[in-house]
Ligand binder design. Structure first.
Ligand SMILES: C[S@@+](CC[C@H](N)C(=O)[O-])C[C@H]1O[C@@H](n2cnc3c(N)ncnc32)[C@H](O)[C@@H]1O
Length: 952
């Protein structure tokens, strides 16, 4: 980590030549002008899909919502690089730095072995090329060596590495190496990338688990090799100690056929008494134990004791395996057959679920007490060990075998219980096993209601508590992280995955983001558990200094130049609840490195939801950041959210925090279809913010034209760049329609948030004003207005402005939405927004489906004859006549007849310009329909050709 003082940096840099200190002080930054969102989407997606190949994931695969490192890099560079008066060059240099230029891409493909050195770049889409490439971060610093001359020539820098460049740009803008803060650091993806680039970093989060992961990113993955060596050696010692104790207790090994076997996985299920028959029935959603080894559990009735013996059969036939897919629990009901009669009981009936008068739900299960670690005999839900996967002990990977439970196994279970009982109180007191209560909450209510569990240790069975407790005694800072990773793979909520192809495994609790209880689960033996702790970690040095603090964002107290944050905006993940799973284990006696942190999730201080409390929390946090930001500092705020309401919310928060928006972008980050902006779009909105200067005033009337000008200007700039890029690069747009729409919104926010006073109202006060649910404020209506203006300015690419002006609102709506449909849009929301923007009252008449998530316009063939009549908004419009003609062509009508009908249906068909308009619209339809209805697209092109060649 670097320790150069601020003064010496400035001096040494000045004498080196290059950029002068503060020379970029007031120059706009690149991300305020442009950001190659389409390519960024592809790159982010590539990283998200890398799973375990991701740089920081192995430190804690349970963490939800990691922001892609490549996106973080782009944001940080984007806030430091200047926007010059040559945007094309700016973009080129930015792409060089991101490894997204053609040459970089070729080298990335070579590294992956997809092309050979010297081969030309295949003419595929960027998405296809990136699929066959390595990620730039996988190729290390050497990958960027060839770029520095070109970068320096454009920027006037003298860099030969990212830390050099960051330092020089920082000094030119802020007079020092830039200090970057993330006050909602989560798993540390943002601060890690900032430090890796060479920024000085301050990372904080309310939650100590987030701080621990960030610490791991900086000190283990990003730290010097000695730290990883320390980790390896500590893990080795720890493993030896734990195994020795387990063996001393004799709770895991058994001799059979002259070989020594060790329990690798213990399979448990819930067992309950059927209220109709009085039988004890194992609750197994499936009787398949392993698909790979064709193992099933067979339930053998024992009428005398009214229970089932469970036989484990290995190597069964495919038919038997298939038959075992159904267990005793089907669709939330327990099913078993006695004397040929099937008895069925709903699980909720077994639990005695109820809803209180106040609307909350609960069950009549006994609430477990702290001293319980297994069900009591009177409990509705008992627990039963029903199979063990054994592994032969030996130096190599030993043979695996599944066996049923024997008397000796049950004795070993009892030994575990005895040992735990003896040590339970003491271990809780010193913090080797948890004693923390489960506080009620959105996610935490589930285990309370479904099992009666009241303390976090109830989520672990005795064998798990014993093993984890033994490990917990030996932990240091570096081993805290792998321990947390192991915790979630060895709980009563850890699913047993019986997959074929050798993929069977005990899975993590946080494979999803809830605390789902399970009817059967896997418990790991010690070797298998310790292996989870010994995962190979990546190495990637950080260059800047890194400080980590545990506290609320509103109390962050360091002055910084840049803030890059990803706040919990309307987040589906309740971090403050689910992370208590880990806090419960780690909070007592943490190692000195983590001792200053508050080992509590402090739910009351966590920002969450979307209501008044959320807004107030966000304003307090962002106002504090404004107060601690350099005058010319910048902020990037990322959030993943769909609803259009976010714009009003964000404007309020920005205003109330004395910030103003200077740009906004949308990058698809989550799913495959996100790349096509389809139904499942999950992307990241990126807002660029600066301090609001002065107290500018305006009126709503003046705002109207200003908004319109700004939105138009923004959209023209981006479409202009699209045109230039088409010539320069390949056949893809840099910005698609949805990007332009977003840029339009951003422009609107930019205009609005620069004013402190609108129509005599102090906007920061107005924005803070508490409001009732559903109340529409002045800010909301201003945003609505701005969004409408933005949408109105969005002329579909391929239609000229003069033609656009000639169209009726409903025609504009149809053409615009068709273009959006072609790129995957199908949410009713979008149709409603554009209908409003284009002032179309009856847009449903042109919709074939108006379902929330699968809306669609009518195709040419789906319009009915009365859609042409006087009652229809499309009556007498050229578009309707064109669609009719396309329908006729689809029915193989004679072209001359089609043209004759067209001439009849379009008023003033023969007037100058009308036929030009028809040709233009047909060409547009021919292009946008191609990906969704190629037949219709072809009819549109034929029509364009026929009209153009028509002899008059
Ligand atoms: C969306 S996550 C950040 C994810 C992170 N960017 C990553 O890539 O992993 C939001 C974070 O905000 C934290 N948080 C919630 N309320 C907070 C508050 N008042 N102050 C600081 N952090 C808070 C949560 O603990 C969570 O870690």
């Amino acid at each position: 980590m670097s320790t150069t003082s601020e003064a010496s940096q400035v001096e040494s840099f000045a004498s080196d030549g290059g950029l002068a200190p503060h020379s970029l002080k007031d120059v706009p930054v690149l991300i305020e002008r442009l950001f190659p969102v389409q390519k960024m989407s592809v790159e982010s997606y590539k990283e998200q899909m890398a799973n375990v190949g991701k740089t920081l994931t192995a430190l804690g695969s349970y963490w939800k919502g990691r922001k892609p490192l490549i996106l973080n890099k782009a944001c940080i560079l984007g806030t430091l690089l200047p926007a010059t008066n040559d945007p094309v060059k700016d973009l080129e240099v930015f792409e060089l730095l991101m490894g997204m230029d053609n040459d970089g891409l070729m080298r990335r493909m070579c590294a992956k072995g997809s092309i050979k050195h010297g081969d030309p770049l295949p003419r595929n889409s960027y998405h296809e090329l990136v699929k066959k490439s390595k990620r730039p971060e996988e190729l290390g610093d050497a990958f960027f060596e060839p770029i520095w001359d070109r970068v320096n020539t454009h920027l006037g820098t003298t860099a030969s590495s990212f830390p050099d460049l960051i330092e020089q740009l920082g000094i030119a803008r802020f007079g020092r190496r830039p200090i970057v803060a993330d006050t909602f650091c989560g798993s540390g993806q943002i601060p890690f990338e900032a430090a890796r680039l060479g920024c000085d970093v301050i990372a904080s989060d309310l939650n100590p688990i987030a701080c621990m992961l960030t610490w791991g990113a900086m000190n283990i993955v990003g730290g010097p090799p000695e730290e990883r060596k320390r980790l390896a050696s500590e893990l080795k010692t720890l493993s030896q100690r734990v195994l020795a104790e387990v063996d001393r207790l004799g709770i895991e090994t058994a001799e059979l056929d002259g070989k020594l076997w060790r329990g690798k996985v213990y399979l448990y299920c819930v067992e309950t008494r059927c209220p109709s028959t009085g039988w004890m029935v194992p609750m197994l959603p499936t009787r398949v134990v392993s698909k790979t080894h064709s193992v099933i559990a067979e339930l053998v009735p024992d009428p005398d004791s009214q229970r089932y013996d469970i036989l484990i059969r290995q190597g069964v036939s495919a038919t038997e395996l298939k038959a075992a897919a159904h267990g005793t629990v089907v669709r939330d009901a327990l099913i078993h057959v006695v004397n040929g009669i099937e008895y069925r009981t709903q699980i909720k009936t077994l639990r005695g679920d109820f809803r209180s008068d106040e609307g909350s739900s609960g069950s009549q299960l006994r609430q477990w007490e702290n001293r319980d670690f297994k069900p009591r005999p009177e409990d509705v839900f008992q627990e039963r060990l029903y199979a063990i996967q054994w592994q032969e002990e030996g130096p190599n990977r030993g043979e695996l075998a599944y066996r049923g439970v024997t008397a000796a196994d049950l004795e070993r279970e009892e030994a575990v219980d005895r040992y735990l009982s003896e040590h339970f109180m003491n271990w809780q007191a010193v913090g080797w096993i948890p004693d923390m209560k489960i506080e009620a909450g959105y996610n935490t209510n589930q285990p309370i209601r479904e099992r009666g569990w009241t303390h976090w240790h109830h989520m672990f069975n005795p064998r798990q508590l014993l093993l984890l407790g033994l490990i917990r005694q030996c932990l240091s800072a570096v081993t805290f992280l792998p321990f947390a990773q192991a915790l979630q793979c060895n709980a009563r909520l850890s699913r047993w995955d019986n997959s074929a192809g050798g993929r069977e495994a005990v899975k993590g609790v946080f494979d999803n983001q809830a605390l789902n209880t399970l009817l059967n689960y896997g418990c790991r033996g010690s070797r298998y558990l310790l292996k989870e702790m010994d995962k190979t970690l990546k190495e990637s040095s950080i260059h800047g200094s890194a400080r980590i603090a545990c506290g609320p964002a509103e109390a962050h107290g360091h002055d910084c130049d840049l803030y890059v944050t990803d706040p919990p905006y309307g987040d589906a993940v309740k971090y403050e609840e689910i992370l208590e799973f880990f806090i419960a284990w780690l909070r007592k006696n943490p190692p000195p490195e983590f001792a200053e942190w508050v080992w509590d999730s402090r739910r009351a201080l966590a920002i969450h939801g979307e209501d008044e409390g959320f807004r107030q929390g966000m304003v307090a946090a962002y106002r504090n950041m404004t107060d601690h930001m350099s005058e010319n500092g910048l902020q990037i705020v990322m959030f993943t959210h769909q609803s259009t309401g976010i714009w009003a919310d964000m404007a309020n928060i920005v205003w109330a925090s004395d910030l103003q928006v200077t740009a906004a972008w949308y990058v698809a980050t989550e799913t495959d279809s996100a790349l096509r902006q389809g139904d499942n779009v999950k992307g990241t909105n990126i807002l660029v913010l600066r301090k609001r200067c002065g107290h500018s005033k305006t009126t709503r009337d003046d705002l109207a034209w200003e908004l319109e000008e700004e939105v138009k200007h923004q959209i023209q700039t981006l479409t202009g760049l699209n045109q230039q890029a088409l010539g320069l690069y390949r056949d893809e747009n840099l910005f698609e329609d949805a990007d332009l729409q977003m840029a339009g919104y951003a422009a609107a926010l930019r205009v609005l948030t620069q004013y402190a006073v609108i129509d005599g109202k102090q906007m920061s006060e107005e924005a803070c004003r508490p409001r009732a649910r559903g109340e529409k404020t002045a800010v909301d209506s201003l945003i609505d207005f701005a969004v409408e203006v933005a949408n109105r300015c969005l002329i579909p690419q391929g239609i000229t402005e003069s033609h656009w002006r000639e169209l009726e609102p409903i025609e504009r709506f149809y053409l615009k939405m068709l273009g959006m449909e072609a790129s995957g849009v199908s949410k009713l929301d979008n149709y409603q927004n554009f209908a409003k923007a284009f002032k179309v009252s009856d847009f449903r008449s042109v919709m074939q489906s108006a379902k929330a998530n699968s809306s669609r316009l009518k195709s040419a063939a789906e319009f009915k004859r009365n859609d042409m009549g006087e009652g229809s908004p499309l009556h007498n419009t050229p578009l309707r006549a064109i669609l009719y003609a396309m329908m006729e062509l689809g029915k193989d009508a004679d072209t001359d007849d089609v043209l004759a009908h067209l001439a009849m249906n379009v008023p003033n068909y023969y007037a100058q310009g009308t036929r030009d308009l028809i040709v233009a619209l047909c060409q547009y339809l021919g292009t946008v329909l191609e990906p969704i209805r190629p037949d219709e697209a072809s009819h549109a092109r034929v029509l364009a050709q026929s009209v153009r060649n028509q002899r008059l």
